[in-house]
Design a protein around this ligand. Structure first.
Ligand code: MV4
Length: 497
């Protein structure tokens, strides 16, 4: 493979191209009109504009992207995450155009895109699943019958859903009919597939996922777990590897199950098998499989030393996996914080605007995967993630300390960001002690905490400035602004109370 087109933008496009460069592979970027000066465009050896800003007119134009790839003599297309990455038709079209799709085959994408097909496929293997139905419900009568058997509360899920879309909790029999009707019509209009099923609702689960790699020769390995329980409305905030709740036995067992899930769908490439983990019973259950490279893949890279994009390319070239399961081990601890251009004091509303100042942290144990540069605008058209801040340490305590230091060293002006929200999370006792589940944000976070913090900071800065100005003198005044900044940033070193 000599030339790869990356059908994506932002940090993930740059991250993929970096590995391509290391492997001596030329890269082609595609971009929309608002992205013409973006880092992924500058980094690539060649770049082609695919259309106007809206994704549907640019990054989602599969046929046009394939056309460009053919014209530029590209060998393979890497879809990144989002956009066309889990589109079975695109995967198929790429292959039919005589190019290599760097990802799984259409059959596996399609199968795992349907939660019910996925459950059906893994049935033959001994994979724990939440009690419920593994087929589409006929009607509310059937739902009530099953619910009475497994007990309330239950969760109605859309087969074509995922990432929490189309889920409904039902507490009592009286509500089943109505909720089911709604779930079906919602699923029908959102996904064009009204199939729903039910599961027993697991009240305070942790989200643990296993990274897998499968080659075209039938070899499948897993690269242990990532824990992604800290999330807000199904948007992950903090991810880490390893999870602090897994024993070696459980880790090995989940790994084996993940490999079986990959085997069940003839998987090829890098994929992630999602599980729910119930802290109390210490049981885990298969949820779904994501057939792409995930946003949070770097934490796995840091604790295993494996470059996952490199492995994707080698697999796409038809090579056999050179890594054996037995030689893999987890070393140290890694945490990822997603930095969004969102305002945590204002219901996490996207905060679009210009990155007036942008200076990411550096130093020991810090990796920043970003897709913007100082002076750029954050466009409204795409996901508002600015960067991923990833730290590594010999253990979790060190990884947390480095994350808090890196957050302080991260300077972004011009847009509101979730950096302070990250600081709140990493300082929180529940996070530090590891006693958290998927309800962490809902249970502990309130915008008031950040507002108070910001107000105190502003008050300190204003008081200090006034004092220095009153003392007079030009030298004093020149000093004032520097000291105010220093003082404010010192104050930020204190913990939330
Ligand atoms: C569940 C659940 C509780 N019980 N299934 C949400 C996303 C989708 N992948 C599955 N999800 C859940 N399924 C049962 N039977 C709770 C969730 C869930 C969740 C899962 C992982 C990460 C964050 C979550 C937030 C809310 C709900």
């Amino acid at each position: 493979m000599k030339k790869i087109l990356v059908a994506n933008r932002g940090e993930i496009a740059v991250r993929i191209m970096r590995t391509c460069r290391e492997m001596g592979i030329k890269t082609v970027a595609i971009y929309s009109e608002v992205d013409r000066n973006a880092p992924h465009v500058r980094y690539a050896d060649q770049a082609v504009c695919v259309g106007p800003a809206p994704s549907k007119e640019s990054y989602l134009l599969g046929d046009k992207i394939i056309q460009i790839a053919k014209e530029l003599d590209v060998d393979g297309i890497h879809p990144g995450y989002g956009f066309l990455s889990e589109n079975a038709d695109f995967s198929k079209a790429v292959t039919e155009a005589g190019l290599t799709f760097i990802g799984p085959r259409p059959k596996a994408i399609r199968m795992m895109g349907s939660k019910l097909a996925a459950k059906e496929a893994v049935k033959a293997y001994n994979i724990p699943m939440v009690p419920g139905t593994a087929h589409a419900l006929e009607d509310a009568e059937e739902a009530i019958e099953v619910a009475n058997r497994i007990g309330y509360p239950i969760l109605i899920k859309a087969s074509a859903g995922g990432g929490g879309k189309g889920m409904r909790i039902v507490e009592r029999e009286e509500d089943v009919r109505e909720q089911m009707q709604r779930a079906v019509s919602e699923a029908q209009s959102a996904f064009g597939d009204g199939a729903v099923f039910i599961e027993k609702y697991v009240g305070s689960p942790r989200h643990i996922e296993i990274q897998v790699l499968a080659d075209t020769h039938g070899n499948i390995i897993h690269l242990f777990e990532r824990e992604c329980s800290v999330q807000r409305r199904h948007q992950k905030v903090v991810e880490e590897a390893p999870s602090i709740v897994l024993s070696e036995e459980l880790r090995a067992e989940m790994g084996r199950c993940a490999v079986d899930v990959a085997r069940a769908c003839d998987y090829v490439g890098a994929g992630t098998v999602e599980f729910l983990f119930d802290d109390k019973s210490r049981e885990f259950y298969f949820l779904e499989m994501n057939t792409r490279l995930q946003v949070e893949h770097p934490v796995t890279e840091l604790v295993t030393g494996v470059d996952l994009v490199r492995q994707q390319v080698l697999i796409a070239r038809g090579e056999e996996l050179a890594i054996q399961q037995e030689e893999l081990k987890i070393q140290g601890h890694s945490i990822e914080l997603r930095v969004y251009a969102e305002d945590p004091t204002n219901n996490f509303l996207p905060s679009i605007g210009n990155l007036v100042n942008y200076s990411p942290p550096k130093g020991v144990g810090v990796r920043v995967d970003d897709g913007y540069k100082e002076g750029m605008d954050i466009p409204i058209y795409y996901d508002p993630m600015i960067a991923k801040l990833i730290t590594y340490g010999a253990d979790r305590t060190e990884a947390i300390a480095r994350m808090l230091r890196a957050i302080q060293d991260y300077h972004i002006d011009g847009v509101a960001t979730t950096l302070d929200f990250g600081r709140f999370t990493l300082e929180h006792e529940a996070f530090v002690s590891g006693k958290f589940d998927t309800h962490f944000v809902k249970n502990y976070f309130s915008p008031e905490l950040l507002k108070q913090d910001n107000e105190t900071e502003a008050t300190i800065a204003a008081e200090l400035a006034a004092y220095l100005m009153a003392k007079g003198g030009k030298a004093q005044a020149a000093d004032a602004s520097a000291q105010v900044v220093q003082k404010a940033s010192n104050w930020k070193r204190r913990k939330f109370s």
